[in-house]
Design a protein around this ligand. Structure first.
Ligand SMILES: [Zn+2]
Ligand SMILES: [Zn+2]
Length: 248
């Protein structure tokens, strides 16, 4: 929606292959965000890609076709795109309306084709909804995750980066991916030690949280364990999926 100037954001044009400096800058900024660095970097990247698509990508026939071929947005990215549109085009955007129109038409065509096909064959085949099945934003996210994990092996060796990379900077998934993908055993051991250390910390805090909920200990002041449930969920499955606004 290039014709409507968005509020306070800089669009990013998708460029395919990113140079290492771009990944480095993304990971370095993610260190400031707290939590898993890969999750934080992906959240920024995900938002930029959605914003860029709404801002100008969707106006390209080729990009729009790719979007439709993937069945449009998945559940997560549909609602994220709507939130980004509401946030960036407060006077009203029509990008989502245009995309919904395309998708509604696509569903109409698919339904007509199904109606026209042999009814006996239809009854034997499970109906798989096409919508969001190959969401291009999910595909992009998986590719970026791979390149971030790969770059992290190199960047995490730099003393200035490693110093700030505390035990809680890996979630379970990305700690595991580092263990699978990284080439050097010293780096894999480093990642494993961090995850083990984080696990021990979470286990201790959860024990303390549960202990303090016993009626005999409820008078005790809450300590560092007060937010452990949120930290444990973020470690186990990743951060809460909300729009990550970029910090300037
Ligand atoms: Zn993560
Ligand atoms: Zn998606």
């Amino acid at each position: 929606m290039k014709w409507l100037k968005p509020k306070g954001t800089t669009p990013e044009t998708p460029k395919g292959e990113r140079p290492l400096w771009f990944t480095r800058s993304l990971l370095t900024s993610a260190l400031r965000a707290g939590g898993c660095v890969v999750c934080a970097a992906l959240a920024v990247s995900e938002r930029r890609f959605l914003h860029s698509f709404l801002y100008e990508g969707m106006m390209s026939a080729m990009v729009r076709q790719k979007f439709l071929d993937g069945g449009g947005f998945c559940l997560r990215h549909f609602w994220m795109a709507k939130e980004i549109e509401d946030e960036c085009w407060p006077t009203g955007g029509i990008g989502m309306a245009i995309l919904c129109e395309d998708l509604v038409r696509q569903v109409q065509v698919q339904m007509s084709q199904r109606e026209a096909s042999d009814s006996r064959k239809r009854s034997r085949e499970p109906r798989s909804p096409r919508l969001g099945r190959d969401c291009m934003f999910c595909v992009d996210l998986r590719q970026k995750e791979e390149s971030l994990i790969e770059a992290l092996e190199e960047i995490s060796e730099e003393p200035s980066f490693a110093r700030r990379f505390t035990a809680d900077r890996f979630c379970a998934r990305h700690g595991e991916l580092a263990g699978e993908r990284w080439h050097r055993v010293t780096r894999r051991n480093w990642a494993s030690e961090l995850v083990q250390c984080h696990l021990a910390e979470l286990a201790g805090d959860l024990r303390e949280f549960i202990r303090k909920h016993d009626y005999q200990h409820r008078h005790e002041q809450p300590g560092r364990e007060h937010d452990v449930v949120l930290r444990a969920i973020a470690f186990l499955i990743g951060p809460k999926p909300t729009i990550q606004r970029e910090k300037s």
